[in-house]
Ligand binder design. Structure first.
Ligand SMILES: Cc1cc2nc3c(=O)[nH]c(=O)nc-3n(C[C@H](O)[C@H](O)[C@H](O)COP(=O)(O)O)c2cc1C
Length: 354
């Protein structure tokens, strides 16, 4: 772990009572503003045990920042300071939009969870393009994923994804097609077989610069949905599936804010996301690479996801509770777990429990 991450963890521990007494979205904005002041990272947490390749992209380590933290691509170059082996920015829509009325992010401290109903608030793809171009000239230490979505008021959502692909692919190492946010009404219907076929065909056709395409799915799927998604993904030669987004279900929760509407993430999502990853592994027979997200808060959590079939993992909510150095601690913990279980590289353990 870098000195900076250690220092940030110490500051986080000191400031946590104040930060957690602040509205979650306001605290997040302050965090991004502080991160913008840091210089870009010059090196990544890596080792021969951790380094891995997916869709032709080299990752220094398999622990990524999930989208939603850096929606507008303000700090991707700074996040490797904290141990992240890749960063996914977004969701970015073609046009800027405000999202839902505030308050719309809720910290469920007792449950180590977050509920959000942000609704793709973002400054739009054009503003992000300018930032990413500048960032790419300064530093590009870890792979950058760009997560694209549709505007809420769009009359042709598939056209929004096609437009996003055309605009963002030249700047990205991979593009994530996000059809699994619960906060844009009707969006998740794009996971249905016919709609998904049309969507992925349109996205692929619009890529002037061919880049790997990942698809991010919801955890709230029935077995038949999973089979359909896998069939379309294979047919369309998708590069990876990201499992999963937030859940609209409510496993038992104790925090007073548990009834807030929106997508639930963090610890209570962990077992559901782990199960869905295993379901996708089983349905695809390992033919499509998987990326595991949802409730990962420790090296043990990440290792279980990898052993169940995840080539990479991502996290967001646990940062709120565990502090900024978490990704680096998980990466180093994965090295130790790989050694313990007799693997030369973490990548050798992908799917061994499947
Ligand atoms: C506040 C917040 C905003 C999010 N925004 C996005 C988003 O814009 N696009 C997206 O694909 N996922 C978004 N997510 C979902 C995360 O990327 C991730 O899939 C989910 O939170 C589960 O991982 P976690 O339990 O580690 O947070 C968001 C999550 C949170 C908590």
């Amino acid at each position: 772990m870098t000195m900076l991450a250690t220092l940030a963890d110490t500051l986080f521990a000191l400031a946590r009572p104040v930060v957690h007494a602040t509205d979650a979205e306001a605290a997040h904005s302050l965090t991004i503003t502080a991160l913008e002041r840091l210089p870009p990272a010059r090196c990544a947490v890596t080792s021969p045990i951790l380094a891995t390749t997916l869709a032709g992209i080299d990752f220094p380590n398999p622990v990524g920042l999930a989208p939603g933290f850096d929606k507008d691509a303000r700090v991707p170059a700074q996040m490797p300071h904290f141990g992240f082996g890749f960063v996914e920015v977004g969701t970015l829509t073609p046009l800027p939009q405000d999202g839902n009325p505030r308050p719309r992010v809720f910290r469920l401290t007792k449950d180590r969870a977050v509920i959000n109903r942000l609704g793709f608030n973002n400054g739009g793809q054009d503003a992000a393009i300018r930032r990413i171009e500048r960032m790419r000239r300064l530093a590009s230490i870890v792979p950058l994923g760009i997560n694209i979505g549709a505007n809420k008021d769009s009359t042709d959502r598939i056209a929004d994804y096609a437009r996003g692909m055309a605009a963002m692919a030249p700047l990205a190492d991979y593009i994530t097609v996000n059809i699994s946010s619960p906060n844009t009404p009707g969006l998740r219907a794009l996971q249905d077989k016919g709609a998904l076929e049309a969507l992925l065909a349109a996205v692929r056709a619009s890529a002037t610069t061919p880049k790997p395409i990942f698809l991010k799915v919801a955890p709230d799927l029935e077995p038949a949905d999973i089979d359909d998604i896998v069939a379309v993904a294979m047919d369309q030669r998708l590069d990876a599936l990201i499992v999963s987004n937030t859940t609209v279900t409510r496993p038992p929760l104790t925090d007073a804010q548990a009834e807030e509407a929106g997508g639930l993430s963090g610890a209570p999502l962990r077992d559901l996301a782990q199960q869905r990853l295993a379901d996708f592994r089983k349905a695809s027979g390992g033919a499509i690479p998987l990326i595991g997200v949802g409730g990962i808060a420790s090296a043990d959590d990440a290792w279980a996801r990898i052993r169940a079939g995840a080539s990479l993992v991502q996290l967001y909510s646990a940062l709120v509770f565990e502090g900024p150095g978490l990704a680096g601690r998980i990466a180093r913990g994965l090295e130790a777990l790989a050694r313990r279980d007799g693997f030369v590289r973490v990548a050798d353990a992908v799917g061994v429990d499947g």
